[in-house]
Design a protein around this ligand. Structure first.
Ligand code: FAD
Length: 464
């Protein structure tokens, strides 16, 4: 039996970041991880592999559609799918090994195996029982099924994102159930590789909860790229035939029933917290109605010495949210007073163009009765975006009508996922749109569109 200050269960971005920060702050720390590799969903079957395939498939798209316009003559790219998957695996390995290295560097012990909590202050891994002053649950999430539908996931024909990242061959036809971030990213990957992709979304638009103006433009662009998007459609059944699957759905507007056949059906209807095998029932841990672990502002559960962070607690299921909670909790355990600003967690969709947002949407401001102004700037008028042949989309900054304080920002366009951060920083410092507008931005950059959108909150942009 070993004794620790902190044992973290789960080595995803919440758990591994928390453990490293604990170790940096002088706490004796171990992490229990049941997977063969560290990094959790994010590094193994989430953020990183999906971005590797998005990058590779974007290169294919560039070669097929844009090279010729720039005077680069190449033969039609020949796809070597096993090699593309091997490239993705290499990216995963480099990242998971990186976390292993960081554990060694910071003297964080990796307790290999699946952990459970037989009683407060104790963690069991296999036959071994370890003691800890603080136990942190960072066990993450798993793919959800389709609510109210009959579906059997075999990870071959009917797959979750995990299976979709490792298909044996590129399907001819794919149905994606769910028009959220994961469905659209993976749908884009296969569409670029030649698959006929149909996205079926229950709500009336894709990426529910996002700024409506962004969604309208984004949906139009995706359709132009070849994705077939059906909204307001409820999937009732996914039936596996021998080598294909059949999806039955009902259009909500007229209750008409339809069927679609596909080689692969990707179920991308969201994720649910994962707490199996931890022994939370026995400990009497309070859970929310949605199966998340209930915590207070200090990530404490109702059981003394037991904490939880990341996808397993309420809030957006995002790697950077989990990381920030991990860091904050470690600092709290070391006696510091950190703070996570939940109003300023950016969200990014890594398609082309990218979508990024932070803070309030126009719809939320209207609903709250807040007087605001919206400054918009199109990438069509941005020199750098045009040079990259990515002039689609726009930046929209929402600011308080009276004080000019930035309340939210929404970007659809090239590098949106990078550019959003200057707005996050500005908002952290309570900046006004004028502060952004008066800050010198290098030319030519796509970030100039952010500045011009900020100018549009005042007297108006220069280039429009
Ligand atoms: P996880 O990363 O899920 O890690 C939990 C770990 O705990 C797992 O490794 C699991 O094996 C381990 N574990 C669970 N129970 C036990 C136990 N009893 N004993 C030992 N180990 C245990 N987020 C973004 O911010 N950006 C993106 O671009 C993005 N893309 C995504 C793409 C896909 C396809 C998917 C599926 C997710 C994506 N996400 C993205 C979401 C992101 O992966 C999660 O929000 C993030 O991984 C949550 O981190 P976590 O530490 O809470 O849990």
């Amino acid at each position: 039996m070993a004794s620790y200050d902190v044992i973290v269960i789960g080595a995803g971005p919440g758990g591994y970041v928390c453990a490293i920060r604990c170790a940096q702050l002088g706490l004796k720390t171990a992490v229990v991880e049941g997977r063969e590799t560290l990094g959790g969903t994010c590094l193994n079957v989430g953020c990183i592999p999906s971005k590797a395939l998005l990058h590779a498939s974007h290169m294919v798209h560039e070669a097929e559609h844009n090279f010729a316009q720039m005077g680069i003559g190449v033969a039609r790219p020949k796809l070597d799918w096993p090699k593309m998957l091997a490239y993705k695996t290499g990216v995963i390995e480099a990242n998971t090994k990186g976390v292993e290295f960081l554990f060694k560097k910071n003297k964080v012990d990796w307790l290999k195996g699946w952990g459970s909590i037989p009683e407060p202050g104790k963690v069991q891994v296999g036959e071994e029982i370890h003691e800890a002053k603080h136990i942190i649950i960072a066990s993450g999430s798993a793919s959800a099924s389709i609510p109210g539908a009959e579906v059997e996931i075999d990870e071959k024909i009917v797959v979750t994102s995990t299976g979709a990242l490792d298909l044996p061959k590129i399907p001819k036809k794919m149905v994606v159930v769910g028009g959220g971030v994961i469905g659209l990213e993976l749908g884009s990957v296969y569409s670029r590789l030649g698959t006929e992709v149909t996205v079926i979304e229950f709500m009336d638009a894709i990426i529910p909860g996002s700024d409506k103006e962004i969604v309208r433009s984004f949906q139009r662009i995706l359709k132009k790229q070849g994705l077939d998007i059906l909204t307001g459609a409820a999937v009732s059944r996914v039936e596996t035939l021998k080598t294909r699957a059949r999806v039955a759905y009902k259009l909500r507007k007229d209750d008409s029933e339809h069927e679609l056949d596909a080689d692969v059906v990707l179920v991308a209807t969201g994720r649910v917290p994962f707490t199996e095998g931890l022994g939370l029932d026995g400990l009497g841990v309070t859970m929310t109605e949605r199966g998340q672990i209930e915590v207070d502002a200090g990530y404490r559960t109702n059981v003394p010495g037991l904490y939880a962070i990341g996808d397993v607690i309420p809030g957006p299921m995002l790697a950077h949210k989990a990381e920030d909670e991990g860091t904050a909790l470690a600092e709290m355990l070391a006696g510091q007073k950190p703070h996570v600003d939940y109003a300023l967690i950016p969200g990014v969709i890594y398609t082309t163009p990218e979508v990024a947002s932070v803070g309030a949407t126009e719809e939320a401001l209207k609903e709250a009765g807040r007087a605001y102004k919206a400054g918009k700037f199109n990438f069509m008028a941005n020199g750098r975006a045009k040079a990259m042949m990515q002039g689609e989309g726009f930046v929209k900054i929402l600011a308080d009508k009276e004080t000019d304080r930035i309340l939210g920002a929404h970007i659809l366009g090239p590098n949106a996922g990078e550019m959003i951060h200057e707005i996050c920083v500005a908002m952290e410092f309570g900046a006004a749109a004028e502060d952004l507008a008066r800050t010198c931005h290098a030319h030519p950059t796509t970030s100039e569109a952010v500045r011009e959108a900020a100018m549009a909150c005042g007297d108006g942009p220069i280039h429009a």
